[in-house]
Ligand binder design. Structure first.
Ligand code: BV8
Ligand code: ZN
Length: 239
């Protein structure tokens, strides 16, 4: 049966919390007692690239020891059930856990811990290796940076546009594990609502997007995801 029920999701740090990755808000905008300015802005990188790399290398090493949890696995299962062309995952996370759970075509709005870019020749490459020399160097001699989107930096245009188009055209928008504060990612839920999609949330707490939601599961993503999948399968023919 050709399924044309379209689901789009926006996930945030909360979906990786049960995998052991600290959330962003959980530290009140501080990360491992560094200010965001110091470690997650181009200014901070320019000022002290070594500190920024120590922060990111620590997160890369930690993230590699983490496993996808039931929340990530549930979304990958939903793609299998409805067809990956009908379930789009846009994530603010940089940990790669959606992909490791088997999800396809994940839109990484804020880049990835597993890609680096040379600030001189701009070459971007995948890297799962740990760098013993920090900051690491490109073969061209230029300095490498994590290929993530820092505060004050533009999101990758094509990726954001794709996430925007899927928000516009979906029947159901799932907001999972995000405080909904960081823009323009959070605006995708408003786009979906404006184009008539139902918006459902999974978050133990209220978020800045709760006001858009017809349904909210005040639970951890890993505990709620199977219920949400059942709910989707029971209502998909009514949309
Ligand atoms: C841009 C990559 C413009 C790096 C990240 C003033 C000055 C400058 C900029 C701004 C400003 N005011 C606003 C801005 C814009 C700024 C912004 O939004 N700031 C916020 C803080 C107000 N945005 C930007 O700067 C963006 N760029 O605007 O550029 C521009 C335009 C054109 C040309 C040039 C420039 C770039 C934003 C991207 C920043 N990069 N990450 C890295 O990760 O190392 S953002 C960072 O925060 C992470 O990606 C994280 O995912 C994200 C957002 O946080 P959440 O994912 O929501 O996580 P959070 O901890 O907040 O919430 C977790 C939630 O999960 C909670 O609700 C919790 O209850 C819930 N939860 C907990 N456990 C669970 C759970 N849910 C389910 N299950 C559980 N078990
Ligand atoms: Zn280079």
């Amino acid at each position: 049966m050709k399924n044309n029920f379209k689901v789009a999701c926006l996930t945030g740090a909360g979906i990786s919390a049960e995998s052991g990755i600290a959330t962003f808000r959980g530290m009140g905008g501080m990360w491992e007692n560094h200010s965001i300015e110091e470690v997650a802005t181009p200014y901070g990188y320019k000022k002290n690239p070594l500190l920024v790399w120590q922060f990111y290398e620590a997160r890369r090493r930690q993230a590699l020891t983490c496993k996808p949890n039931k929340g990530h696995l549930g979304l990958a299962r939903l793609q299998n059930i409805l067809g990956e062309e009908n379930v789009t995952i846009a994530t603010q996370n940089v940990d790669g856990l959606h992909q490791r759970a088997g999800a396809k075509n994940v839109l990484e709005l804020h880049g990835s811990l597993w890609r680096v870019r040379c600030i001189k020749c701009e070459k971007e490459s995948e890297s799962f290796e740990f760098f013993d020399e920090l900051p690491p160097k490109c073969n061209c001699g230029g300095m490498l940076r994590p290929a993530v989107v820092w505060f004050g930096e533009e999101l990758p245009q094509a990726i954001f546009q794709e996430a925007y188009n899927k928000a516009e055209s979906c029947n159901l928008y799932l907001v999972i594990g995000t405080s909904g504060v960081v823009e323009p990612a959070a605006s995708l839920a408003r786009v979906a609502a404006n184009y008539g999609a139902a918006v459902w949330e999974i978050n133990p707490e209220q978020s800045a997007l709760t006001y858009l939601c017809q349904k909210s599961w005040r639970k951890k993503a890993g505990d709620a995801i199977e219920e949400v999948i059942e709910e989707i399968l029971s209502v998909q023919n009514k949309f």
